[in-house]
Write a protein that binds this ligand. Structure first.
Ligand SMILES: NC(=O)c1ccc[n+]([C@@H]2O[C@H](COP(=O)([O-])OP(=O)(O)OC[C@H]3O[C@@H](n4cnc5c(N)ncnc54)[C@H](OP(=O)(O)O)[C@@H]3O)[C@@H](O)[C@H]2O)c1
Length: 253
């Protein structure tokens, strides 16, 4: 498949590498231009391009930038042919993105409104170290799962095959409106679950509990140093606050 990626941070660069080494033809762009992506290009086989060029001749465009910047992508999205599937990885972090008064319950719906187009939300509910290090081949007993939400069934199916290519079992998390079930504070969000566990976690999501947990988790991690264990500690905190040891066993630290 021909895939464009916008964003070369922890998630965008890892997706470019994983999908490129899985055999897809990759184009990748960021705000700084092709010269900033030489290392990623040689490692992944991707072609570094400008933001103007990233949507040319692609079947799928993956956007992986801070959610507050998503509206700036509208001119690029407006130029895409109708058949190109758009997938997005972003999450709303108020301390980074600011308060977005019209964000509503589902961030996926907000993203669709900003981009004026159906969007499939994927890879938002795993931390960058899980994406980079914990992918496994299909059928592996310890293979983790990634929720995928979006309203267009064919587009969602296609993005689910790409999730599989990155080493994770894709789990259908419903429509764009249902996507709140895989946002910060829910049991499905960045908790490193297998497919069966993730399905249960999606079903267990409660909007008010998610809101309270999200605020508490943000308050706690804002006091943490960004050291090597940051993302492992974040997954452990998410699992503990969601009470997942009660459901799935194991010690929570
Ligand atoms: N990090 C995680 O563990 C994680 C997990 C799940 C989801 N997410 C979400 O996924 C998204 C990407 O996360 P990240 O950690 O990879 O972000 P990041 O490290 O901050 O990288 C952001 C990337 O977006 C690019 N960018 C910013 N504004 C842009 C614009 N207007 N047009 C084009 N490109 C733009 C930046 O370009 P430059 O490189 O030129 O600055 C950079 O490459 C975020 O919404 C994040 O919340 C992150």
């Amino acid at each position: 498949m021909r895939i464009g990626v916008i964003g070369t941070g922890g998630i965008g660069a890892t997706l470019t590498y994983k999908l490129g080494t899985a055999g897809h033809t990759m184009r990748v762009a960021n705000t700084r231009g092709p010269s900033s992506m030489t290392a990623l290009a040689s490692k992944s086989g991707a072609t570094p391009v400008t933001l103007d060029e990233v949507g040319r001749d692609v079947d799928v465009l993956i956007t992986s930038i801070p959610l507050g910047r998503v509206p700036a992508l509208r001119p690029i999205i407006d130029r895409l042919p109708a058949g190109v599937v758009v997938a997005d990885t972003s999450n709303h972090l108020p301390q980074r993105d600011g308060h977005l008064k019209d964000i509503g319950m589902s961030q996926g719906v907000w993203i669709e409104q900003q981009l004026g187009r159906p969007v499939i939300r994927a890879w938002n509910a795993l931390v960058q170290t899980t994406l980079a290090d914990k992918g496994r081949p299909p059928g592996a007993p310890d293979r983790l799962a990634v929720p995928v939400a979006g309203t267009d069934p064919a587009a969602k199916k296609l993005v689910m095959t790409l999730v599989d290519d990155t080493g994770f079992d894709p789990v259908d998390a419903g429509t764009a409106e249902d996507g709140w079930r895989m946002q910060a504070g829910t049991p499905a969000y960045c908790t490193d679950l297998t497919a069966d566990q993730l399905q249960m976690a999606l079903d267990l999501a409660d909007p008010e509990a998610a809101r309270v947990r999200r605020e508490a988790i943000l308050a706690i991690i804002n006091s943490w140093e960004r050291n090597d264990s940051f993302f492992d500690d974040l997954v452990a905190l998410n699992r503990a606050t969601a009470g997942l040891h009660r459901l799935f066993g194991g010690q929570e630290s």
